[in-house]
Write a protein that binds this ligand. Structure first.
Ligand code: DWN
Length: 417
């Protein structure tokens, strides 16, 4: 394992307001990139581990990582696909229908998805009569999407790319970015690009994990190197107002442990601002995001969760119980590496993603199998690493539980179901 110096990739200033007053409140240690799954032949000595440290801007209260790992290290060949979860696919169906209905988007309009991955959301827009275009930097995913007939540009979104798209395809009536904006370092170029690409009355919808849910529900395992920023609503208002963009609506979304959907247009659009925007700001002000104690308290709870989980797992292991991990997720890799859980505790992981099966988890080197192995082995316990899909997974594995298997869930607190 190669430790990358904490002096490398240091964030110089808040990525939204530019302040250098960044309050550092949590150190999750050195961590491999969260989707850096190893194939059998790769020796683990080649693995780089990066410092995973969290701070919050004392001016605009954007929570963010202290180090920015270069995106090409994480996204050039990407193993995460949303289509392995029915919950995720259903959420895209709802999002697509809702946006088109709410903003009266006509058939044949251009819908662009930033960070389009395998095109799961774009397929929904295509079925609803939209012209579609994906943008994703991952070579493997862009190739897969184009093979499926979902036109995808293998690139990072930028102002330059936005100009090229307008020249070739026209301006966009819809731009979406689901679980992407938190991965982008230069949020200012993003906004300039949005303004170039958006049609005068076009709508940009971004969905990001909501930092209030992360803090309230102890979702520390969603903190990893792919996620540079952890958004509350007000820093986003600050950002968009810098670039003649206006937020016209905002709403909660339960996916991924709690998210927000934010709707943005150019400030010269005829679209009106929904009263929910003001209401959201008022409610958020009550959440004490401006107090350092909010973050210190969260860091304290994270350490307790680690202590309780490790002692529980060691105790049942010493009683001869068999334990596996369920869901080879990025968040699961953070939990395993932060808690030092490896094959001494978990015999293996199961996961529904074909790309991940047959590989090993980054940092902890636990083998990954298809879910069928759990159904055959019936281990005493399954540590649910993809707790955000607990309902779907527990329903799917009804027979496992009927035969005595139990799930261990750690977020927001340790419990057995
Ligand atoms: O932001 C991101 C989120 C949205 O997705 C990305 N940067 C990375 C990724 O994070 P993650 O890997 O923690 O996401 P998930 O969606 O929680 O991962 C779920 C994992 O669980 C997948 O590998 C698929 C697996 N799974 C399974 O094995 N059986 C999921 C379901 C629903 C199942 O039934």
């Amino acid at each position: 394992m190669k430790k990358v110096s904490s002096k490398k990739y240091l964030l110089a200033a808040c990525r939204i307001c530019g302040s250098n007053k960044l309050y550092y409140f949590l150190n999750l240690g050195y961590m491999p990139i969260p989707n850096g799954f190893l194939s059998r032949k790769e020796p683990s000595e080649t693995e780089s581990h990066y410092p995973l440290q969290v701070c919050v801007c004392e001016s605009c209260f954007l929570m963010q990582l202290r180090h920015v790992v270069p995106p090409e290290i994480m996204f050039k060949n990407y193993l995460y696909i949303p289509s392995t979860s029915l919950t995720h696919i259903e959420s895209f169906d709802v999002v697509a229908r809702d946006i088109i209905r709410r903003f009266h988007v006509r058939k044949g309009s251009l819908a662009v998805d930033i960070g389009s991955n395998d095109g799961t959301l774009l397929v929904q827009f295509k079925d609803l009569g939209m012209r579609i275009l994906g943008i994703d930097p991952a070579e493997n995913l862009a190739a897969e999407a184009n093979r499926k007939g979902i036109k995808t540009l293998q690139d990072y979104f930028s102002t330059n790319l936005a100009s090229d798209i307008v020249k070739k395809y026209g301006s966009a009536k819809l731009i979406t970015a689901t679980n992407v904006i938190g991965h982008i370092n230069d949020l200012h170029d993003l906004c300039k690009g949005l303004h170039v690409l958006l049609d005068k009355n076009g709508v940009f919808m971004m969905r990001v994990p909501y930092v209030i849910d992360l803090l309230d529900k102890n979702e520390f395992d969603t903190i990893y190197h792919e996620h540079l920023s952890y958004f509350s609503f007000r820093p986003l208002l600050t950002l968009f107002s810098m670039y003649k963009l206006k937020v016209i609506d905002v709403e909660k979304d339960e996916i991924h442990g709690g998210s927000i959907r934010v709707y943005v247009t150019r400030d010269d659009s005829e679209r009106t601002v929904h009263p929910r925007v003001e209401k959201f700001v008022t409610e958020e002000k009550l959440k004490k995001l401006h107090l350092k104690s909010t973050y210190d308290e969260f860091a304290r709870r994270v350490k307790i969760i680690k202590r309780d989980l490790v002692s529980f797992l060691k105790r049942i292991r010493s009683q001869g119980k068999t334990i596996i991990g369920y869901g080879a997720s990025a968040k699961g890799n953070v939990l395993l590496n932060y808690c030092g859980i490896s094959t001494d505790i978990l015999d293996y992981l199961v996961d529904s993603t074909p790309y991940k099966q047959g590989k090993y988890t980054p940092g902890t080197h636990i083998p990954i199998y298809p879910e069928l192995k759990l159904e055959k082995d019936i281990p005493d316990y399954a540590l649910l690493l993809s707790w955000n899909f607990a309902t779907e997974i527990i329903n799917k594995q009804r027979s496992y539980r009927e035969r005595g298997g139990q799930f261990i869930i750690t977020i927001p607190y340790l419990r057995i179901v």
